[in-house]
Design a protein around this ligand. Structure first.
Ligand SMILES: Cc1cc2nc3c(=O)[nH]c(=O)nc-3n(C[C@H](O)[C@H](O)[C@H](O)COP(=O)(O)OP(=O)(O)OC[C@H]3O[C@@H](n4cnc5c(N)ncnc54)[C@H](O)[C@@H]3O)c2cc1C
Length: 651
């Protein structure tokens, strides 16, 4: 294919995104990428979309997201196992690769575009008072839309999981699985071989582009008495540069990391645009034997000899369990679904991280990420040719801080607030993409941000790490294409309000440090609609503000939690097998009993790694027991098909 044709095909696919055509540099960037034959020199091209499927596979995986891509890779390592990965979306592309443009993917074809039910405890500044729960509908799942921050969580998270009755999930057990995936590209961090490793599928590197604001954030942290740390190492509390799942300046999604390198494996089929509607379960034996899915305009069925694995994410995995008859009995009857197994915890225990949006600080120097200043043909060429420059910035997220409010015990090193520190804010794109992604109303945006549109600012998003509020999802109807009803229940627990309020105060204090004052930092004090009646900057005012611009960090999780059989709300056991049904596991962010202390992509990939090994343990042990038995019988000359039928089947 000639360069011109490649460029025009690429441009067409890019422009298919709503809104992206408004960025004039895109065609030039794509043409340059094509000129440098980016895709052709990329040793790992996109996987094939398998058209003709077998009738039966050993394993059928539903959803090729952060966890599902890992599971597909690891299971197909076993020669003789046939694996099918069914994914509702299509491929990622050149636009989703660009770190700075991730907000353009919200509300695009790659987003399921979920929205919560209106509730009066949070998201009051959003259209219809509904929070927008962006979620990836694409091979690679939410790892194609996320902001690529690589954070593992706190060792106590996993020790707590274990203490709930989940042997094998303590920190020392899961650490090898974090390392198994990792290719740490920072040589200084890679020297710490207890916590880091090189050579894994997932590239983790420092951001190729930071502004001077990043260095000032770190100085501010030191000034406030915090250490500069490796937040994925021995101590979480402190300040650090963010590390990103980025490779050569472009996004390293799990599709790129785990599926592209194995695209030529004959025993792995990947079927795109395949929307699974139900797990098929034998009512008598209570065993999962396949799935029903919609592809090419028709319903189809595929069978699983060994297991079906749900990796459809924390909304769709519980939704599929419910559609298949596994869930709270009364709810299933209410929507007219035959009950296979009464499992009251399905869709419950929903946890998410929320932050307060829009805490902006004006500065005096033209050093922040103002979109219309930095995003132009020069930066596009720099991105395409030298793989650095502003387009490689993850929307200005430069520094992370894990801090303790008065509600946390600082000596525990289990902080309760994460600062996401950015060299820009809601207004840095002039009220276009951030406003749209966050679903802010015109009234709210104009009143609070219009006067600082495209001005130099930095932002701090204080994110509450261990929420006590619990949301839930349930079916709207038994139609598998109807989105479930989603209730966030944010800030319904009073402790959550307290922690987030203290987080806001601590963020405002960062702006008062010498390090930030040197840049001329001034908090953008602007009373927000619905809170103006309250005295400014009192606890009551902050409590009101956090219910207005409540910002999900898109970490919805824990909706099919793992737990011991004694816990009636546990949906899967510590081997991730669904209670009450054979041959069915859930392996994704839904199985977390509690949300981890940080961004959750890395822990979800870890769950994919560990879940794959649990499957291998089950089936390879059976196989090795069987082959031992068979070889013994072969040795003594017993070859009766009737007596030892298993010795004659495919292994
Ligand atoms: C906008 C955004 C920003 C984020 N930023 C970060 C970040 O910077 N750092 C971080 O650590 N975490 C981040 N996260 C969170 C993190 O990316 C997700 O928690 C993680 O990707 C979830 O992985 P998963 O495997 O559980 O689900 P997903 O990755 O969402 O995968 C689920 C897959 O299943 C598919 N699927 C769903 N239903 C069906 C069906 N019926 N049939 C077939 N396929 C189906 C979906 O299309 C999808 O591909 C972010 C998330 C988002 C959305």
């Amino acid at each position: 294919m000639g360069v011109g044709t490649v460029a025009s095909v690429a441009a067409k696919s890019a422009l298919a995104f709503a809104g992206v055509s408004t960025l004039s540099f895109i065609p030039i960037m794509l043409a340059t990428l094509a000129y440098f034959n980016y895709n052709l020199i990329d040793p790992e091209n996109r996987p094939f979309n398998q058209q003709n499927l077998r009738e039966t596979y050993d394993f059928v995986i539903v959803g090729g997201g952060s966890a599902g891509s890992v599971v597909a890779n690891r299971l197909s390592e076993v020669q003789g196992w046939n694996v099918l990965l069914l994914e509702a979306g299509g491929h990622e592309n050149e636009i989703s690769d660009v770190p700075l443009l991730s907000l353009y993917l919200h509300k695009s074809k790659m987003d399921w575009k979920y929205r919560t039910e209106p509730q009066d405890t949070a998201c009051q500044a959003m259209i219809d008072k509904r929070c927008a729960w962006t979620k990836g509908k694409v091979l690679g799942g939410s790892s194609v839309l996320n902001t690529m921050l690589y954070i593992r969580g706190n060792k106590r998270d996993f020790d707590q999981w274990e203490s709930f009755g989940n042997p094998g999930w303590g920190y020392e057990d899961v650490l090898p699985y974090f390392k198994k995936s990792m290719d740490q590209r920072n040589p200084y961090l890679a020297r710490d071989t207890r916590h880091h490793s090189t050579g894994g599928y997932l590239t983790v590197q420092d951001s190729p582009y930071n502004t001077p604001i990043g260095a000032a954030f770190l100085q501010a942290g030191e000034e406030m008495g915090y250490d500069i740390v490796d937040v994925n190492g021995a101590q979480q509390t402190g300040y650090a540069w963010y590390q990103l799942t980025v490779r050569r300046g472009t996004r390293c999604s799990t599709a790129k990391a785990f599926l592209r390198p194995v695209r030529l494996r004959q025993n792995l089929h990947i079927a795109l645009f395949s929307h699974v509607t139900k797990v098929l379960i034998d009512k008598e034996t209570k065993r999962a034997y396949g799935v029903e899915f919609f592809r090419d305009g028709k319903m189809q069925v595929v069978y699983a000899k060994k297991e079906v694995i749900l990796s459809a994410g924390s909304i769709a995995s519980p939704q599929l369990l419910l559609l298949s008859g596994i869930g709270p009995e009364s709810h299933l009857r209410e929507v007219g679904i035959d009950v296979i197994h009464d499992s009251p915890g399905v869709g419950k225990n929903l946890q998410d991280h929320i932050a307060v949006g829009g805490l902006a600080f004006k500065i005096d120097y033209p050093i922040s990420l103002v979109m219309n200043r930095l995003v132009n043909i020069n930066s596009a060429l720099r991105y395409a040719v030298t793989e650095d420059g502003p387009l490689t910035s993850s929307i200005g997220l430069e520094v992370v801080a894990f801090i303790n409010t008065k509600y946390a015990n600082a000596s525990d090193d289990w902080p309760d607030i994460e600062f996401m520190m950015t060299s820009c804010s809601t207004s840095s794109d002039g009220g276009t993409q951030v406003k749209k992604a966050h679903s802010l109303t015109d009234e709210f945006y104009n009143e609070v941000f219009a006067e600082i549109n495209n001005k130099d600012v930095f932002g701090i998003f204080p994110m509450m790490l261990r929420p006590k509020s619990r949301g839930f999802i349930k079916l709207r109807s038994k139609n598998p294409f109807d989105y479930p009803l989603m209730y966030h229940n944010y800030l319904t627990h009073p402790d959550d309000v307290g922690v987030l309020r203290e987080g806001v105060k601590a963020a405002v204090a960062v702006g008062e440090t010498q390090a930030m004052k040197r840049l001329g930092a001034r908090f953008h004090y602007k009373p927000v609609p619905n809170c103006k009646h309250l005295p400014l900057y009192t606890d009551e005012y902050w409590d009101c503000l956090i219910r207005q611009y409540t910002m999900t960090i898109y970490h919805v999780s824990c909706t099919a939690k793992m737990g011991p059989s004694t816990d009636p709300m546990a949906v899967v056991d510590p081997q991730l097998r669904v209670y009450g049904v054979e041959g069915l596991r859930v392996i994704d962010a839904s199985i977390m009993p509690t949300i981890t202390n940080g961004n959750i992509n890395a822990p979800t990939i870890m769950i994919g790694e560990k879940g794959s090994d649990l499957i291998k343990e089950t089936w390879l042990q059976k196989r090795s027991r069987r082959s031992k038995r068979c070889s013994r019988f072969e040795r003594i000359g017993v070859q009766s098909k009737r007596k030892y039928p298993l010795c004659n089947t495919e292994r």
